[in-house]
Design a protein around this ligand. Structure first.
Ligand SMILES: [Zn+2]
Length: 697
């Protein structure tokens, strides 16, 4: 989806990323992207406009009407827009960079060599077939040797990985018993702590086990057959019975799991446990052995995200027969590394997770999957190449200057507020002072020196990568937080808000036309990417941002009366959106979309102020027949360019916190300057009397 992704404290990566490599595969569509996103004209796209429409009646259609008319949604998609075009483009560029690296004969130990070796190891189908089960064997043998529950605790601890991220990337899924997230402490955001999360399911979520619907029933039957097939391929006997026990165990685990709504409540998740408390609070698992095997036996403090689930799963370790746990461990190691095993495993895996679970009809060509793996395991190494080629330092400087001006505009607006208590204002200003806005690429790159990549060992390469990342993360526990650390790679078309770091990341891949173009006039850039940046900054001190203070600590810094004023102030905006009707029988829900609509209006207002704080804005000439202010507003609307199928649009209206793009583009009607820029008058459809225009910050 277009930049609705940008709009929440959490980003929009699919929750279905229960197997990393599968997700990367799913995200990389490799549609026949062409470099046509690069504009012939630097600035607004006049060819996309429909100037026969009066801007005061339908601004969205005025800005994007010709594009909407001529654009067809491809049959395999439910929507199309600038977001999908940019994603296609970024995927194509990433693939080219990886393939180029794979062709060079770079010296051993260099990042380029690692990219090449990893790529080749994945492409080495003949070698993978020849090795057969050999790479898997030692792991299955180790599981077979588990003789008691203490051994089991050790095996479970040895497979703990840093593979969840509940807040920044909203990934709650791990197939391991638990998942580890190393992040700033809720209660001391200056230091990294260990968050422990529920895990253990092969299917994406508890609903897949607990829902009584026919569809889910059918999925479970097919899942059990798939578990059996994987065990059989790995040479185990009696696999139908084993699979039944594995699925039964997962069903019991699912019953202990929290649901998504609870998962997302940071206040419920803030449960500090001391290491010494685990044995009494969550009996059943030999915690001493588990934490020792996980390398966490020196760690005093943890935060347990879903205590009920951790307690329930620990009890299941005691109450479920050892043999069932061993089958469960075997199945998961086979599944997790299936991509590195012979073709029969890959095909069986795709038949279930690709076709049955996701409806994908065809597996992508192997080279595309190889690109996905390299991008996932050596993301920063690929990112370095990407940034070097597609995001020069001058572009970074230009964007950083915009950010500084937008933050300054917010500072003035906060100062001028009459409804916010002085102490709250001071904290909002403090949040602006400490806000880190990462632009393009990180200040420092992840160092992969300790990660050994061999050209003929994809299984080992994947295994070592997971361990390498785990050790990288755990080595930081207790240490001071690097607030400038990124949680996205430069080649990702997205943006993210990191509340515990009070930071935003805008990767290079989104800093492209039609969001950002270093060769375009300021009016264009402030209208397009400037409004997006302003939108995100607004979130850092709105009702959502009020849960984290200027240091990123979990603490509500709003007073009850601030909240009351805020609600009264924004009720008008909710009413404005309630009146929009995409279909005769369906209206927007102004409350459901309020937070995002506020951010849209506030982002536009701050970006506009920021633009007018630049010296050039006073004398900026018209371009392509449009004044600078007109370009600013048209660019903001063109950044929302999207066409959806009716079903997708209806679903969005019912379930999403973001208004459909058409109405987001119309947020301009709350900005006074828009009226003078387009001579909008009473009687026109989008006209609002000055007292009805909403100004939040
Ligand atoms: Zn938002």
């Amino acid at each position: 989806m277009p930049w609705e992704i940008l709009m929440r404290p959490t980003i929009w990566i699919s929750r279905a990323n229960f197997v990393l490599l599968c997700v990367v595969a799913a995200l990389i569509t490799f549609a026949s992207a062409q470099d046509t996103v690069a504009p012939l004209v630097h600035g607004i796209s006049v060819a996309d406009m429909d100037t026969s429409v009066n801007p005061g009646d339908d601004f969205s259609r005025y800005a994007d009407g010709s594009w909407l008319k001529r654009t067809e949604i491809p049959p395999d998609r439910s929507r199309i827009g600038i977001f999908s075009s940019l994603t296609d483009l970024s995927n194509k560029r990433t693939a080219e960079l990886i393939e180029e690296a794979a062709r060079t004969n770079a010296p051993a130990g260099t990042g380029t060599r690692k990219i090449a070796d990893l790529y080749h190891s994945y492409m080495d189908e003949a070698g993978i077939e020849a090795r057969g089960l050999a790479p898997l064997k030692p792991h299955l043998e180790a599981i077979a040797r588990i003789g008691n529950k203490r051994d089991l605790a050790r095996a479970l601890g040895e497979t703990l990985r840093a593979d969840v991220d509940p807040l920044n990337n909203t990934n709650f899924h791990t197939p391991h018993l638990f998942g580890l997230w190393v992040a700033p402490d809720f209660n001391d955001s200056g230091h990294y702590t260990a968050y422990l999360l529920q895990g253990g399911l092969g299917l994406p979520d508890r609903e897949y086990y607990l829902s009584g619907s026919e569809h889910m029933n059918d999925l479970r039957t097919r899942y059990q057959a798939h578990v059996s097939a994987m065990l059989k391929l790995a040479g185990l006997s009696d696999t139908d019975a084993r699979a039944a026990r594995v699925v039964e165990l997962e069903h019991a685990i699912a019953e202990k799991h929290w649901n998504l709504e609870d998962d997302q409540d940071v206040h419920k998740a803030n449960n500090p446990w001391k290491r010494s408390e685990f044995a009494t609070k969550a009996p059943g698992l030999d915690w001493k052995e588990y934490l020792r095997a996980a390398g966490l036996d020196k760690r005093e403090n943890f935060i347990v995200w879903q205590p009920g689930a951790i307690i329930g799963e620990a009890a299941l370790v005691a109450s479920t027969p050892l043999e069932t746990w061993k089958d469960w461990l075997s199945y998961h190691v086979i599944e997790e590394y299936a991509a590195a095993l012979p073709k029969a495993f890959v095909e069986e895996r795709f038949a279930f997770f690709g076709k049955v679970l996701s409806g994908t009809q065809q597996q992508r060509p192997r080279w595309q999957r190889a690109v996905g793996v390299v991008d996932a395991l050596l993301g920063d190494e690929v990112g370095k190449l990407y940034a070097r080629r597609y995001f020069p330092p001058q572009a970074k400087e230009r964007a950083q200057e915009m950010v500084a001006n937008i933050v300054a505009a917010f500072r003035k607006r906060i100062d001028a507020l009459t409804w916010m208590a002085p102490a709250t204002k001071a904290e909002a200003q403090a949040k602006l002072n400490t806000l880190y806005v990462g632009i393009g690429y990180p200040e420092t790159w992840h160092d992969y020196q300790g990660y050994e990549v061999k050209p003929d060992d994809i299984f080992g390469n994947m295994w070592r990568s997971d361990l390498f990342e785990y050790h990288r993360q755990t080595s930081r526990l207790g240490k001071p937080v690097d607030r400038h650390e990124w949680s996205m790679t430069p080649q990702t078309v997205n943006a993210v808000n990191l509340p515990l770091q009070n930071a935003l990341n805008f990767p290079a891949a989104i800093l492209q036309p039609p969001f950002f173009d270093p060769d375009a006039p300021d009016a264009f850039n402030y209208g397009a990417i400037g409004s997006v940046i302003g939108h995100e900054v607004s979130h850092t001190f709105d009702s959502a941002g009020s849960a984290f203070d200027s240091r990123g600590t979990l603490r509500n810094w709003w007073t009850p009366s601030d909240l009351e004023h805020f609600n009264a102030n924004t009720a008008k905006l909710a009413a404005q959106y309630d009146a929009y009707k995409p279909f005769p029988d369906l209206s927007l829900n102004g409350k459901q979309t309020l937070g995002e609509n506020i951010a849209d209006v506030a982002g536009l207002a701050a970006a506009y102020d920021a633009y007018h704080s630049t010296p050039g804005s006073k004398t900026a000439p018209a371009q392509q027949g449009f004044t600078a202010d007109q370009q600013f507003f048209i660019a903001s609307a063109q950044a929302h360019k999207t066409k959806e199928r009716e079903a997708a649009l209806r679903q969005q209206v019912l379930t999403n916190e973001h208004s459909p793009s058409e109405y987001r583009a119309d947020a301009v009607r709350n900005i006074d300057a828009w009226y003078s820029a387009f001579d909008v008058r009473p009687g026109q459809k989008l006209y609002l009397a000055p007292e009805d225009r909403v100004r939040v910050w």
